[in-house]
Ligand binder design. Structure first.
Ligand code: ZN
Length: 167
């Protein structure tokens, strides 16, 4: 009887450790998948200040010349305020005179995605963060060399990391 109990005990340890292993595997896979950040509007509403939520999730636009990064000239990388994804290098920032921070290129192939925007009776190209889908601004074809592009971005959805703090 005792022997039977011990065998059952061993089997239960074995089953438990298998379950734990498969659970760990699941975790590793889901971490990879959620490199993209997906949250509901309700979750975003809880964690984002109103002005960030308005631009990032409701595709709003901040008033020109009001954003903190319009005339900002420090050296570093601008990241997504919502998820931290690196978006623009300060080396590609230029003075556009539009009242919004403007860049002629993005940071990496993981930075942005583009969507057609037909609001306001015109066709524009909307720019979103590739990681969390937050609205950032628009891209236009009247930028400087070498790309000829002008990424017109709302300050309120950007954060800034100085060059010396980048690993
Ligand atoms: Zn993001």
């Amino acid at each position: 009887m005792n022997k039977l109990f011990f065998t059952a005990f061993l089997i239960s340890i074995f089953i438990n450790s298998c379950a734990q292993d498969s659970h760990n595997n699941e975790l590793r896979i889901s971490e990879k998948v959620t490199l993209r950040m997906v949250k509901t509007d309700e979750e975003y509403k809880k964690i984002l200040p109103d002005d960030v939520y308005y631009v990032a999730r409701e595709e709003g636009t901040e008033r020109p010349f009001t954003g903190q990064y319009v005339d900002f000239k420090a050296d570093g990388v601008f990241t997504c305020r919502v998820c931290g994804n690196p978006l623009f290098d300060s080396k590609t920032k230029f003075k556009s005179g539009t009242g919004w921070p403007s860049f002629y290129d993005y940071s990496s192939s993981e930075s942005l995605k583009e969507e057609e925007d037909n609001k306001l009776g015109m066709t524009r190209t909307e720019v979103e963060c590739k990681r969390c889908d937050s609205h950032l601004g628009h891209v236009f074809n009247d930028g400087p060399n070498p790309t000829g592009l002008r990424y017109c971005i709302n300050s309120v959805v950007l954060d800034f990391v100085p060059r010396e703090k980048i690993e």
